[in-house]
Design a protein around this ligand. Structure first.
Ligand code: PBG
Length: 320
């Protein structure tokens, strides 16, 4: 049937009709807020979601998030000191470990995730062990596994490795199981692209590589089929959930992954995506709230059920 029998505008006439016909919903239950923990607070006026908090500051932030119904946070750490091996990632009293110990008893229902990667903790800023110009794969696995066990012991609910080393999901799974932490799930940043959209994050987390770039371990942005292989490998290695990152420039990858895999699927609306919306809104070129919500719905429509976003708190206010 076609026009005039079919008139697609019939269901757009009123707000209630549009609500009934809506295919995709966004709920506060889908959102994860990233938070940066550091020895000293460093507010970010232009991009408030990228500010650093002390352990006490993180507790206050989380109080507000929990009040708004945000179910989960993902923690990143900026350590006091960096070294070659990124030991700040796995030491007993690491900054994220301390934050977890402060948060866990206060917020028993909150889903606590931690990003597992070495780049914030290494003096060279790479996500793995460096030998000359080479970022070595296999020697890095052991360090990631140590960090994961240490974070799980400190009370984390979900371990989220973001380094893109081959074999890290299997290494982390094995280490967790051996440590008696068989119930700790892994959310793998399975398809993480080498992206210019991480710029503002690297400033916030002080994690920019001191030489070269991350193209020898993060994925080439031109490759969708390779992304499917990355996801497949991580699921085979034991990933409980998978993530694609960035989100908006890679909606096709999200859609393809949703089509192909049955694991819970997350997407990370990264710092550069957030910064672009903020900058355009500050110039009054776009309507900030409207574009924020539209961007989040687009990620859900592509097929992600979980969205990591610096807008989690604000979107929760609008959704509530
Ligand atoms: C750590 C990590 C990065 C991001 C999340 N985890 C930075 C990177 O890979 O350089 C980026 C998140 C964002 O831009 O918001 N490896």
């Amino acid at each position: 049937m076609s026009y005039p029998a079919t008139r697609l505008r019939r269901l757009r006439r009123t707000s209630a009709l549009r609500d009934l016909a809506r295919e995709t919903t966004l709920s506060v239950d889908d959102l994860v807020m990233p938070l940066f923990v550091a020895p000293e607070a460093l507010p970010n006026e232009r991009l408030p979601g990228l500010g650093r908090h002390t352990v006490e500051g993180v507790v206050r932030e989380v109080e507000e998030l929990v009040r708004l119904g945000v179910p989960a946070v993902i923690l990143f750490g900026v350590p006091e000191e960096k070294d070659e091996d990124g030991s700040g990632a796995w030491i007993e009293d690491g900054i994220v470990q301390r934050a977890l110990r402060a948060l866990r008893p206060r917020f028993p229902e909150l889903v606590l995730m931690t990003d597992v990667c070495l780049c914030e903790y290494t003096s060279h800023g790479h996500c793995g062990v460096v030998d000359g110009d080479d970022v070595r794969n296999d020697p890095t696995l052991d360090l990631l596994a140590r960090a994961s066990v240490s974070l799980a012991r400190a009370g984390v609910d979900i371990i989220a490795p973001s380094d893109m080393m081959d074999g890290r999901v299997a290494a982390i799974r094995q280490a967790l199981d051996q440590a008696g932490l068989a119930n700790t799930p892994i959310l793998s940043y399975a398809a993480k692209f080498a992206s210019g959209f991480y710029g503002p994050f690297r400033e916030a987390a002080d994690s920019a590589p001191q030489f070269g770039d991350r193209r020898s371990y993060q994925m080439d942005g031109a490759n969708l089929r390779e992304a499917m292989r990355e996801i497949e490998a991580d699921i085979e290695e034991g990933a409980d959930m998978i993530m694609i990152k960035p989100a908006m420039p890679y909606l096709d990858v999200i859609a393809a992954a949703r089509d192909r895999f049955d694991s819970p699927l997350a997407a990370y609306q990264v710092s550069g995506e957030y910064a672009m919306i903020e900058a355009a809104a500050r110039n009054k070129w776009i309507d900030r709230e409207r574009v924020m919500m539209e961007s989040l719905v687009s990620i859900r429509r592509a097929g992600a059920s979980i969205i990591v976003t610096y807008y989690a708190q604000e979107a929760a206010k609008l959704l509530g």
